[in-house]
Every structure is written in C-alpha cells, then in structure tokens.
Design a protein around this ligand. Sequence first.
Ligand SMILES: NC(=O)c1ccc[n+]([C@@H]2O[C@H](COP(=O)([O-])OP(=O)(O)OC[C@H]3O[C@@H](n4cnc5c(N)ncnc54)[C@H](OP(=O)(O)O)[C@@H]3O)[C@@H](O)[C@H]2O)c1
Length: 378
Amino acid sequence: MHVALTGATGFLGLRLLRRLLDTNRSLTVLAHAGSGDALRRIIRFFELTGATEAFVAALPGRLRVVETDLAQPRLGLPARAFRELADGLGTIWHSAGSINLEGDLPELRRTNVEGTRHLLELAGAGRGRPVLHHVSTAFVAGARREGVAYEDELDDASGFENAYERSKYEAELLVHAWSREHGRPALVMRPSILVSDLPPHPELPAHPLLVVERILRDARGAAGLRDPDRPRVRMVGHPHGHLNLLQVDHAAEVMVRLAGRRPSGGVDTYHVVHDRDVPVPTVVTLLEQLGPLSVELVPVKPEAPSALEALLDFYPGMTAYLAHRRRFDDTRVRSLLGPSGASAPVGLDYLWSGLAPPGRTRTGSPDAHAALSSSRHA
Ligand SMILES: NC(=O)c1ccc[n+]([C@@H]2O[C@H](COP(=O)([O-])OP(=O)(O)OC[C@H]3O[C@@H](n4cnc5c(N)ncnc54)[C@H](OP(=O)(O)O)[C@@H]3O)[C@@H](O)[C@H]2O)c1
C-alpha cells in the first residue's frame, strides 16, 4: 500500500523517511508548498549523513513530491488533485508541524490543529481507507510536573506550559474524534524531546534544542554582555528534576516498528521515550556551557530579576521544563518491542556535539570537564 509522509524535510521527518525507504520502493512526500525545494533538501540530508551515491541517485525516481499547505483546506490542492491523491494512499504519516515553543496559539493552531484537520480530511477521503500515523508529543501531558503520564491519558486538567503543547493536545483530540466518527484506526506516537549529536549544519533542519542556544545568545546580546562574561542567572527548576531526551534516529526506528504492528481498530497511543531521563543538573551544565553563564536553580521566580533573567523568563518554552519531575510510562511500547526498544544513554558529550556553535569547545569552563566526565559515567 502506498505511503505518504508530511514533514519529510523536518528534523524527525527526514529520519522517518530514511526508515520508510528501507521497506518501501516509492513514497509520496507531502512537502510544504513555497518553503524551498524539498527534494533537494532531502537529497542533501542523505548526502551529508553517509548514504551511498547509488542510494542518493535513485531518490528522485523513488520520491513523488506533492506541494501542499497544511494550513489550507484540501491542503491547498484543487479538488480533483486532492481526491486522486487520497485515493492512491494506503498509509499517511503525519509528521509536519510547528515546533515553535515561542509561537502564539493562533499561529500554532493553524499548522498543528487545522493542519491535522486537513490531513484527516485527506485520510477520510481516500477510497482505500488509508491508515493514519499521527506524530504527537509526550508533552501533551501539559503542565503536570510530577507523577506518571500514561499513554492512554489525554486531558487538559493541568493546563499547558506553552501554546505548542496545547496545540498538539488539540490535534490529538481531533484524531480521536475522527477515529470514532469514521470507525477508523489511527496510531498516535508521542516522542519526548528529540536530540541528535550531528553538529549543526546550514543545510540540515535545525536541532530543536538549538533554539535554546539562540535564546541564550540573543538574551546575552540584549543584556549587553560581552564574550568572557559569565553572569549568574537564577532559573526556576528542581535539583531532582529530570527530562526525557531521545535520539531522533532511534525515535524514528521505534515509530516505524510500531507502525508495523496490527492496529487495534481505535486510536493506539505510544510514548516514544528514553528509558532513562536526563537529570536537570546535566541540562543546567549544558546551559552553563552554551551561555556561558552560571545557573542557580531556585524554587520560585526572583522578585527582582536581572535584565538577563527577565529576558530569559520571556521564553516560556525554555525554562519551565527544569522544574519537571514526571515520568512518561511506555509500557505499551516496551511490551510490544521488548528490550530492543531501549536506546543508548544521552549524556552531555552527546548533547554538546549536536548543539555547540562551530569553533566552540567545552574547555572554556573549568568545571565543565568535571561535569562532562561525571555525566559519562552516569
Ligand atoms: N523535534 C522534537 O523534539 C519533537 C518532539 C516531540 C514531537 N515532535 C513532533 O514531531 C513532528 C516533527 O517535528 P520536527 O522536529 O521534524 O519539526 P521540524 O524540523 O520543524 O519540521 C517540521 C516539518 O513540517 C513541515 N511544515 C511546517 N509547516 C507546514 C505547512 N504549513 N504545510 C506543510 N508542511 C509544513 C516543514 O516543512 P518545511 O521545512 O519545508 O517548512 C517540516 O518538514 C512535529 O509534529 C512535532 O510536534 C517533535
């Protein structure tokens, strides 16, 4: 059955595409209309990540690119092209979305909620009743900072840390409503924070955590700090906090394996997460080295914030997670995939490699070495 993928030029989508090409001779890429040559970007990804020349040369013949805009009814396609596209599909992977943690709700809803609605219309219109594989996020669990988030939970009782989380939650609600209304199966995969150790490259999609590096750089600039300055910053966080970070390549592998399982008939939801969380102190060391700055975790916002603290507080996506101590339960994934679903540890070395600006080494700070070696043995 023919497979289509949205978001194939994205950080995760490219890895999904690589996995899907292992088992599919050809694929349809539902590319983002007007955002640059998708095929060229896909080819560059494979060239830069070690694919063989023969594999790369075959890509234009294996990928059919259809220009679409998720935010538009019928994905911006004429009625006939929309129907023909739908009729030719057996599986639709929906990985496109906006991951802008600083975005406002109307903007995020356009891509993440309305985009999902339009994609569901495509899945609903297909005569072959295509199966939907929807990429959500573990962070639909929202602002619940402690306890365990289970795979079958979906509610807004704790509110959300930012508009991104809410938009992904609303998108999942649409998938449930669609499945109920049409009696159709759907898979919802909820990855945690995806990371890579591939160094930043202008022709590759930005590592989602790179936004942290940019925010720190912008805030330092706006606060008038110079290069050697290493200011002290109080950030709300919990010293026993932890975050779930998962290698993006591993996430894609797990998702494609899950998609190969027989669907239950309703919505099957999976937490695609690491089996070991990264302690907040490791994340703090990373921030301190990226800054550079010196971070003090505090239980509540300082009453008289410095200029830098006020600027950092402006970015809701960035600091809220340092206070998180919840765990994502992935019993369903583990019971289906067993121990092969587990991934290698994510340490400071790995994270630094995927985030550090070119030419920056970790040696600037003397305690960085100690922190690095302790994380290696964690
Ligand atoms: N990255 C993470 O840490 C993470 C964690 C959990 C869940 N997720 C979820 O995983 C999915 C993929 O994330 P990602 O990291 O790959 O994001 P990304 O690198 O920002 O890629 C987003 C993709 O969506 C496409 N897109 C954006 N707006 C579109 C529109 N209006 N119409 C059609 N396509 C559009 C982009 O195309 P262009 O590049 O051409 O604009 C790109 O291919 C998202 O649903 C996200 O919520 C990501």
